[in-house]
Design a protein around this ligand. Sequence first.
Ligand SMILES: Nc1nc2c(ncn2[C@@H]2O[C@H](COP(=O)(O)OP(=O)(O)O)[C@@H](O)[C@H]2O)c(=O)[nH]1
Ligand SMILES: [Mg+2]
Length: 317
Amino acid sequence: MHPLSEKVVAGDRRALARCLSVVEDRREGYLDILGDLYRRAGRGRIIGITGPPGAGKSTLVDKLIGAYREQNLTVAVAAVDPSSAFSGGAILGDRIRMQGRALDEGVFIRSMATRGHMGGLSGATGDALTVLDAAGFDVILVETVGVGQDEVDIVREADTVLVLLVPGMGDDIQVIKAGIMEIADVFVINKADRDGVDRVERELHSALTLAGEELAWTPPILKTVASRGEGVPELVAAVEKHREHLAASEEGRDRLLLKFTQKFSDLLAEGFLARLRERWLPPEEERRLLEAFVRREADPYTASDEILRRICWEVRP
Ligand SMILES: Nc1nc2c(ncn2[C@@H]2O[C@H](COP(=O)(O)OP(=O)(O)O)[C@@H](O)[C@H]2O)c(=O)[nH]1
Ligand SMILES: [Mg+2]
């Protein structure tokens, strides 16, 4: 095993932080480390929490940490926040610090900015979850802002996905339309202390009824007031119920197969492209081709086909 992998598995927190950076930045040795850690992962339950900015995700995450800690489970949090490029994830960090979570040995918090890595944001974040899992955390919470495809991808890494909505945002329907509907395992209407809860609930119900016939699991709709911890025990119970559903049906296995189908082909494509560029398509050559495409003196169809033919010729025994 890579020395860093050994330390991570042994529970060394500083090594864990270092390892996450190596993996996120795709630094030297990251593939070896992930290879080690993948085989030791798979025990933690990964819970994704997504929803519009300000919906109360971080507040809820903090309360969930508390609930799981009461069950003596260890908890890691990965907060993926596009704005943390500016704030350094300070909002979540401060809230947790205020609650004294930073002093709790059973809690580990990591903010991740949405930088463009090779292999895509979701790839690097998924790998970070593997690292946290291999480090032995019982529960891994992933907070993402539910706006774009990246967030949808990240959330696919989770075993159970919580989608947060709040009353009176006016764009509830928008969120439902944006494909969030398909990824939710549990709907949470947070800020249930506000007006308009019933309306959101009705809209969700009718959207679910429309989709209902093909669903093996009908996502429950829960109401919470995260700031006061209300509804959190019920939410924890709903997550547990979903976990039992995954274990008892084919769906859990299907989800993992789907996740790794994607992961495997991403890795193959990422590695293949890197090697292809290294050996057959140096940057200046690629640049020359691109300019020729622009001038319509060459075309991407023929050029890519020619390169692939050349590769096939060379690798043939
Ligand atoms: N009224 C009310 N405010 C809440 C509730 N949950 C969170 N908030 C507040 O909403 C704001 C945004 O919360 P935050 O957790 O940072 O949202 P995030 O952007 O989704 O992570 C904060 O001021 C919270 O205190 C709730 O249930 N009711
Ligand atoms: Mg937040």
